[in-house]
Design a protein around this ligand. Structure first.
Ligand SMILES: NC(=O)c1ccc[n+]([C@@H]2O[C@H](COP(=O)([O-])OP(=O)(O)OC[C@H]3O[C@@H](n4cnc5c(N)ncnc54)[C@H](O)[C@@H]3O)[C@@H](O)[C@H]2O)c1
Length: 265
């Protein structure tokens, strides 16, 4: 028997936040491979490079590109309104914006740094879920995947871990509220992921020697805590995100799936 996989996102409208690089970019390319109409959002103008790349690699893929700051509720609302104005619906929302800004033991964080971590890694997901939900509920369908982290049990980034713990909780609670109205909400707890050097840095300041040591401790602990004793690839994260977003996961909601080589976070 020949097994032919149909494009899972044919004619579906998918919003991907933080699409300019890394995991978000990988998700956007995979969704394009599988037939989606894309709304790509990032704070960085580099997201326009991805649009140009898609124009040559996937000329049939309709793409709307926006720059916006997902830490701002109004920008998240503007993004979802633009998606609906352009494509008429939102079937899939991938909340990918996040990432630790600092790496150090908790006692070394300043109060304003703790707030910045929560703004970066909790609020974009909270705001975007809130902004997309009315459209999905009106449609009676939708699939949200939040990109969380195994860093909910990890060293040298307590504020980030706390923010991602919030993402896991909002995933479970929102799924509870929306399951009978056609909207699924899931998350992946991303493990350590190899990626090319970041063109958009999470923190533009040069690392001190001490900060390099603290960052290396994160890498060592991440490898040690995984059963496979290695980092994963962007493709390994993308596969899980896209599965949860697709109708193949139609009986799965409220779940945070660890994708960390056996590290459950
Ligand atoms: N890379 C890893 O090892 C790893 C591990 C665990 C979890 N994660 C999670 O996976 C997700 C993606 O990680 P990554 O390493 O690909 O990220 P990255 O830092 O490489 O890229 C993040 C993208 O989001 C954009 N962005 C950041 N803040 C934004 C904002 N306020 N508004 C709009 N766009 C914004 C950036 O410009 C960038 O394009 C994050 O949520 C991160 O916490 C990553």
């Amino acid at each position: 028997m020949v097994f032919t996989m149909k494009p899972r996102f044919q004619d579906k409208v998918a919003v991907v936040t933080g699409a300019a690089q890394g995991i978000g970019r990988g998700v956007a390319l995979r969704l394009a491979d599988e037939g989606a109409k894309l709304v790509l959002v990032d704070r960085s103008e580099l997201v326009y490079e991805l649009r140009d790349e898609l124009a040559s690699s996937h000329p049939q893929t309709p793409v709307l590109v926006l720059t916006a700051d997902m830490e701002q509720a109004t920008d998240c609302q503007r993004t979802m309104q633009a998606a609906v104005a352009h494509f008429g619906r939102i079937d899939v929302l991938i909340n990918n914006v996040g990432g630790t800004i600092w790496a150090k033991p908790f006692e070394h964080y300043q109060v304003d740094e703790i707030e910045a971590e929560v703004r970066r890694s909790l609020f974009p997901t909270l705001w975007c879920c809130h902004a997309a939900l009315p459209q999905m509920l009106a449609q009676g369908s939708g699939s949200i995947v939040n990109v969380s982290s195994i860093a909910t049990r990890a060293i040298n980034r307590v504020p980030y871990g706390a923010a991602k713990g919030g993402v896991n909780a909002l995933t479970a609670c929102l799924a509870f509220e929306t399951a009978q109205r056609g909207v699924r909400v899931n998350a992946i707890a991303t493990g350590g992921t190899e990626a090319p050097p970041r063109r958009i840095p999470r923190n533009a300041a040069e690392q001190t020697e001490q900060e390099k040591v603290w960052y290396q401790q994160i890498i060592d602990q991440t490898v040690q805590s995984s059963l496979m004793k290695r980092y994963g690839t962007i493709d390994e994260q993308v596969g899980a995100i896209v599965f949860l977003a697709s109708d193949e996961a139609s009986y799965i909601t409220g779940v945070t799936l660890p994708v960390g080589g056996g590290d459950l976070g």
